[in-house]
Design a protein. Sequence first.
Length: 356
Amino acid sequence: MTPDSLIRPELRALSPYHVSESSGLIKLDAMENPYAWPVELLDDWLAALRDVALNRYPHPQAPALKARLRTVMDLPTDCELVLGNGSDELIQLLALGVAAPGRVLLAPEPGFVMYRMIARFVGMDYVGVPLNATDFSLDTEAMLAAIAQHQPALVFLAYPNNPTGNLFAADAVEAIIAATPGLVVLDEAYFAFTDASFMQRLGDYPNLLLMRTVSKLGLAGLRLGLLVGPKPWLTEFEKLRLPYNINSLTQISADFALAHHEIFAAQVQRIRADRADLQQALAALPGITVYPSAANFILFRTPACQGDRLFQALLKAGILIKNLSAASALLQDCLRVTVGRPEENQAFLTALRAAL
Ligand SMILES: *Cc1c(COP(=O)(O)O)cnc(C)c1O
């Protein structure tokens, strides 16, 4: 018995999710909030952790944390809530819930790579529909045609989209929800960096679910995502959730952090202001095309055939961003930079200017 004979061929064909080595580098590759907590908060947090009974299993339902999330994220009262170990786990849980031979998971491309990977994990067919090449908006006609042809069980729309950073037009999203025979999941991982959301419209469509995560808000290390939607759906997906997927330290820490939500709100405002500055500075560089962003990162295109070289030059200067050049035909010579602290953004701009 060998992996070749036992492991499913579609799994063997997958490359593992790649995370770049970042030690010693200015890290602007993963949409992390660059700010730590104020020191005065740390003592209170550590005091809260002191009482955690690590010899016991975590609370299987995390009721305190759920109540906190309902308030802080203004969840509609008639909606149900399922917690995931990051929203990555929720994508997996959604796919597991509907997977069957021939069932299709559909998403626009370029998009979040985990949709495609998880479709493969669970044995679903994956269909990627190209975005419009000029501005990465939804190609509504192509999406509706693909939905009619493939009758997807699951459609994922990241709102705003990663890696392009733009917010899809609400009327295009509505048309897709109305046309999809299965579930449409709006992935609002970047909700903090935009004022647009479908949260208050969850009840309007029988097949609409919504995901959020605290990762991009500033708690990526805790691994906590939430799935929100009508109770009949969530009751089924809750059965697939492993009983203790949200560990005790995460439950206590996330509840504590969100009780001080104003700290994250202030950091987010700072990041949003710095995003505007970074966008403007990038656009002023010769040959750089900057795409609009409603998230905490910026996608930009370098002069033709310069993407790989500039990415390497930045790395040599100690700055790690994301090279998307090979990720999609639509992203040739495209790089993605996370909005960091002002001095990190400056170091990035200085290095890029020098390399150009
Ligand atoms: C980062 C990201 C996620 C994953 O979030 P986690 O909660 O950290 O697993 C999901 N969707 C999109 C679009 C993302 O960019």
